[in-house]
Design a binder for this molecule. Sequence first.
Ligand code: XMP
Length: 326
Amino acid sequence: MDSNKRPEDMKRIVTKELADQFIEEKIAEIRKQVGTGKVLLALSGGVDSSVVAALLIKAIGRQLVCVHVNHGLMRKGESEQVLSVFRDQLSANLIYVDATDRFLDKLAGVSDPEAKRKVIGGEFIRVFEEEARKQDNVKFLAQGTIYPDIIESHGVKAHHNVGGLPDDLKFELVEPVKLLFKDEVREVGSALGLPDSMVHRQPFPGPGLGVRCTGAITRDRLAALRESDAILREEFDKAGLTGKVWQFFTVVPDYRSTGVRGGKRVFDWPVVIRAVNTVDAMSATVPELEWALLKKITARILDEVPGVCRVLYDLSPKGPATIEWE
Ligand code: XMP
């Protein structure tokens, strides 16, 4: 039987009972597969790697070594949440690597979107590899591969960059959720007790805020992006839109426009609000947000985020526009 093919009679995990049953079965399987061996996992804090981490912690405790690489392109508060959930609440064996300077130095002056993705992906593998080499006796690598990754990219997790480890670091894979669809992974995550904000997290690209700070990334523009994104998320949450709008974020393009502040002319950045609804991310529509909400977000960004003099709402559907700006 092809272990990468979902059996036709496999029940969809749509209830807590089915999720609990799945968890029990996987715990037994994982223990059988790894015995007393050590398992390594790149824990980004995304839904898939978080659910795999929680499942493995339940099965093998501190035999799991999680590596969280902060590439400096995380949203505000995201690495902190990974640490508080996994290290503090679940007592995970978690290595935290703050590689912000390393990534931002490598990205300095790189403006082509694909070149940026390559720098981020390549650097991620190098940081992960360095951490892997510091560990003795690791035999296994856990991955948050899910069924759509197998169907769409022939088994290679497209946005998890651990596929490119060198040959002498080829581990046996542990992929406990590889036959599950996203909604099932979320159901399992909830049954494992992960917080809603992690389980129902909206999609976030592997290169993180890097593709929303368009062109060559600078630290001050990245800070404006992170702060404006946090304001947007807070206001959407207060307005009850979290979970209702599929994906929302801000973009800070790499050009300036004229503004006036305190009687003086300034030459500052615009912030673009992007919000979309979609079923499969292949096409997307733009929600009709309340004018009052847009005005409130605009006022807060202009007031609270240094270096910004304009806020825009991107009304373009996909296609012809893509969801991300790069
Ligand atoms: P686009 O911009 O192509 O995005 O309409 C469709 C969905 O994919 C996400 N996205 C990415 N995810 N690595 C990822 O892991 C990437 O390089 C990447 N680029 C886009 C995007 O956020 C949206 O949900």
